[in-house]
Design a protein around this ligand. Structure first.
Ligand code: SF4
Length: 231
């Protein structure tokens, strides 16, 4: 849905979205299975090899805050996930939207490569993805460490893992405070649908005493294996 001139004039600020906000089920991390409205912001500063939302790398379509809020209201779900792409590339506009979502429980999905305290302060949950070597993106835990220090009560880490990542995964997990939940998720294309089984065996051997680690498949890839939009 493209915004109208009236919306633009009344709101002033625009967010670029990769797709129309939609209602689905959270597919990852500690909130897995919850009904959730997803607002997918356009553009990303990374190019993960196995990215399953490459369409979000585009400039997207401009939406007014009012049009987004009307859509969120229509979908009528208490949980609202801000995802991407990398939502923090539009941090200033996102702050304004979050001010109008105070009646919802908000979840920010970020790659842990951009710091925006005003956005982190406003959301109820921060879901931070950590990148492993198989993503072919450079791993830098600077933002992750700062998040763990500043927002430990509302932070979780998610890590998509391919078999080649396991040594690096062990090192990364040991650098994160035990109090922060970590979900490791088998990369669907390299592990296949049974990946959680292989990864569970590895966790039983190497991380059996970690009090806050979970192995979970990416639920949306199991429920809707051939869809990349609206899930
Ligand atoms: S950070 Fe997310 S959206 Fe961006 S390339 Fe990686 S997987 Fe895709």
């Amino acid at each position: 849905m493209q915004v109208s001139n009236t919306d633009t004039a009344s709101q002033g600020r625009l967010l670029r979205l990769a797709e129309e906000p939609y209602l689905s089920i959270e597919g990852e991390g500690i909130h897995i299975g919850k009904p959730m409205t997803f607002i997918r912001l356009a553009e990303c500063n990374l190019r993960c090899k196995w990215c399953d939302t490459k369409f979000s790398w585009s400039k997207g379509v401009e939406w007014s805050h009012k049009a987004i809020l009307d859509r969120v209201k229509k979908l009528s779900c208490v949980n609202v996930s801000i995802t991407g792409g990398e939502p923090l590339l539009q941090a200033a506009e996102l702050q304004i939207l979050l001010d109008q979502l105070v009646s919802r429980i908000t979840y920010l999905n970020t790659s842990g490569t951009v710091w925006s305290a005003p956005v982190f302060d406003k959301v109820d949950w921060i879901n931070c993805d950590l990148k492993m070597p198989s993503s072919q993106m450079k791993s830098d835990l600077t933002v992750a460490h700062r998040l763990a220090e500043t927002y430990p009560e509302k932070l979780q880490f998610k890590i998509v893992v391919s078999p080649e990542d396991l040594p690096h995964l062990l090192k990364t997990v040991k650098e994160i405070p035990l109090s922060i939940p970590i979900t490791i998720q088998p990369e669907y294309n390299s592990y296949g649908a049974e990946g959680a089984v292989d990864l569970s065996e590895w966790v039983k051997t190497h991380l059996q005493n970690h009090i806050n680690i979970r192995v979970l498949p990416q639920l949306h890839r199991l429920i809707w294996p051939s869809r990349d939009r609206g899930v």
